[in-house]
Design a protein around this ligand. Structure first.
Ligand code: ADP
Ligand code: MG
Length: 342
């Protein structure tokens, strides 16, 4: 596939944090490609490195983070022409190169809405800021109109009044919608949503997911959706990336991952979270064991202690990815007769 079809190409992304002079690896050899115009869901237990992966790509991490990658390539497609950006080699994460991309090309809805809003500015001004920054000729009045339009799309009631409120006057769900407005206002080609609707009630959640889907299907936008909600994955995703302890353990189309589930962790994950709710009398299964502390890992498969299929070989070395069918990759020795891939 060429760069016209691939919007984001990540190869061997490794992120660690330095604390108390120790380096703890959080994201390990993550590789994936995102097809332009498609939706990728990223799933995995809390703490497995989903947010850190996306923040590494967006270059949002602080100075205690070490991000290394063979490639984090964003392929912008403008007027039929592809421009490649190697994000891993951009020196200043908050310098002009990244700022030019964030907003009109790639943007992110953060997990925690509180930390992404500034308490001393009106919400409308915070949404308009990106617009005015990226559209030099735009007047404040035009920007305000655009913000109102976005508020209406996101189901914010009384937008004409709400636009001049401060964040503390908003409920959690309403703040989250403002954060989504900030991410969407510049009409980005790639939108990364980090559990964007956890604070919202079901109706609003459905409304926002519909809006995302519409952006994808009608406008050809690409989406990465981090979520715990397997029902949402089934509805939204073309492809699914399953992470465990900082690694991608399974990656494939929605059908590959849901119907031909291959990694023992994915199997356990799908058993523990029913896609269509629980039948009467059915008990929710939990995955036995707890996730190990990242600082205690000794190499080998991270899931070994919890895996019913574990053998000595699983602990002897890091496990490569095997490709079961085109695009369906699994990091598990059960499949070692298949070709090794990145
Ligand atoms: N800034 C940071 N400094 C040190 N450790 C961090 C930092 N951010 C995240 N971590 C650690 O990285 C791991 C993965 O976190 P995260 O990516 O937020 O998980 P999740 O999959 O739930 O999004 C966790 O163990 C977390 O404590
Ligand atoms: Mg997270």
């Amino acid at each position: 596939m060429d760069n016209r079809e691939i919007i984001l190409d990540v190869e061997n992304l490794n992120t660690s944090f330095i604390s108390d002079r120790k380096e703890v690896k959080i994201v390990k050899n993550v590789s994936f490609q995102l097809k332009r115009g498609s939706a990728l869901a990223v799933v995995g237990e809390s703490g497995c490195g989903k947010s850190v992966t996306m923040n590494s790509i967006m270059r949002f991490l602080g100075s205690n983070a070490r991000v290394k990658a063979d490639k984090i390539q964003y392929n912008a497609l403008r007027d039929g022409k592809v421009t490649e950006y190697r994000l891993e080699s951009i020196k200043k994460p908050h310098g002009p190169e990244m700022r030019a991309l964030r907003g009109p090309e790639m943007s992110m809805v953060f997990q925690d809405p509180m930390s992404s809003l500034n308490p001393v500015y009106k919400v409308g001004d915070q949404v308009a800021e990106g617009l005015l920054q990226h559209n030099k000729g735009m007047t404040k009045k035009q920007a305000r109109e655009k913000v109102l339009e976005m508020f209406r799309k996101l189901g914010i009631p009384d937008p004409e009044e709400r636009i001049d409120c401060y964040p503390h006057q908003f409920s959690g769900g309403m703040k989250q919608r403002v954060v989504i407005a900030i991410a969407m206002i510049c009409n980005p080609e790639l939108i990364i949503c980090d559990e964007p609707t956890t604070a919202l009630d079901v109706t609003i959640q459905a409304q926002i997911m519909e809006l995302l889907k519409e952006m994808q299907v009608k406008d050809g936008k690409s989406i990465i959706l981090i979520t715990h909600n397997m029902g949402l994955v089934a509805e939204m995703a073309d492809e699914v990336c399953v992470m465990y302890m900082g690694r991608v353990v399974e990656f494939g189309s929605l059908e590959d991952v849901f119907d031909r589930t291959s990694h023992p962790y994915t199997q356990a994950l799908l058993r523990s979270v029913p896609v269509l709710g629980l039948a009467d009398g059915q008990k929710l299964e939990t995955i036995p064991g707890a996730t190990p502390n990242p600082a205690d890992l000794k190499g080998g498969c991270e899931f070994a202690d919890r895996c019913p299929f574990c053998t000595d070989a699983c602990r002897a070395r890091d496990i490569p990815m095997f490709e079961l069918s085109p695009g369906h990759r699994v990091r598990c020795l059960k499949y070692q007769e298949f070709p090794e891939v990145l």
